[in-house]
Design a protein around this ligand. Structure first.
Ligand SMILES: Nc1nc(=O)c2c([nH]1)NC[C@@H]1CN(c3ccc(C(=O)N[C@@H](CCC(=O)O)C(=O)O)cc3)C=[N+]21
Length: 292
């Protein structure tokens, strides 16, 4: 069993971006600018957005964090997005999800200029990704997983990949990327979800499993074929008084029992999470490069 170390891989990618940014700056070009919008006081969201801003600072991007109160009106949020769309200095705009009930995520996502949609959530980018077009901004988590597979030279061609979870931001785009005619890619893909029958039998046929359902330790050892590659997207916070933070992070995979059966597996934390950040930074660099 080999650990797919997302933290280390993300660092390699971020170091390389840092050089690219320095090169832009040295030739008098503008550096990438990411604007992130956070609504309310969700602890996990605050942590993730803080990591994104920190990554920006570390590699020489400019970042702007806009923090609205939980009760901000949808109109006010949409107006802010439009302002950022028009701001020539801003290359990437992201609105951290989930949003409060009274705000339509669909409207918010569709208001972001597709050329600044570094999260890759806009229908235009989902369409381009589905068509395998290079200019698409690919949703950061699935993109990060593709980069992790690529970095470790994991053979995916002709393999059976089983994706568990059909969310718009992870499972669905993941299933499309893995089936695309690319490397990594060229998988035969089965997309499973809450209504799937015989999930265990399907998983047992998988060469690659991507668990993205948000149920802690859902994937058990008896669902995994010997030698499979297991990617754990889950990141649930469980209260734990013995931890300084008051919680520990648990993935969608029963890591302790599953890991010994696998050829490669991602840990939680330190697996997919840091890769999500690295992918977002790559998208933001691309947005800047295409604009200037
Ligand atoms: N518009 C939008 N874009 C997103 O990209 C987005 C989002 N909304 N909503 C929520 C999910 C989740 N997400 C993570 C990012 C980093 C870590 C990460 O860095 N995790 C660390 C641990 C962090 C911790 O200590 O909590 C790790 O796994 O090692 C995890 C999860 C981005 N998301």
């Amino acid at each position: 069993m080999q650990l797919l170390n997302g933290k280390e891989t993300a660092k390699v990618l971020l170091d390389s971006l840092e050089i690219d940014v320095a090169q832009r700056a040295a030739t008098g070009k503008k550096v990438p600018h990411l604007a992130a919008i956070l609504v309310g006081n969700n602890g996990a969201s605050e942590t993730y957005v803080a990591s994104k801003v920190k990554a920006c600072n570390e590699i020489g991007f400019v970042s702007t964090l806009i923090h609205f109160e939980e009760d901000v009106t949808e109109l006010k949020l949409l107006e802010k997005i439009e302002e950022l769309n028009e701001d020539m200095d801003v290359d990437g705009v992201l609105v951290q999800l989930p949003l409060p009930e009274h705000i339509s995520e669909k409207k918010v996502i569709e208001t972001i200029d597709p050329s600044k949609d570094v999260d890759g959530f806009h229908p235009v980018n989902i369409g381009k990704m589905t068509l395998g077009e290079k200019e698409a901004y690919v949703s950061a988590t699935p993109y990060g997983i593709m980069l992790l597979l690529e970095h470790h030279k994991i053979e995916t061609k002709g393999k059976h990949a089983v994706v568990i979870g059909r969310s718009h931001i992870v499972g669905r785009p993941m299933s499309i990327l893995l089936s695309n005619n690319t490397n990594p890619g060229n998988c035969t893909v089965t997309l499973c979800h809450s209504k799937t029958t015989n999930l265990k039998e399907i998983c047992l046929q998988a060469d690659i499993i991507v668990a993205a359902i948000g149920i802690p330790e859902f994937v058990k050892a008896d669902m995994v074929k010997e030698g499979a590659v297991v990617i754990d997207v889950g990141i649930t916070r469980i209260k734990d008084a013995t931890k300084k933070s008051g919680h520990r992070l648990v993935g969608d995979v029963d890591f302790k029992n599953v890991a010994p059966k696998t050829s490669f597996i991602t840990p939680v934390p330190g697996g997919v999470g840091p890769m999500t950040i690295a992918a977002l930074m790559k998208n933001t660099f691309k947005a800047c490069d295409e604009r200037n």
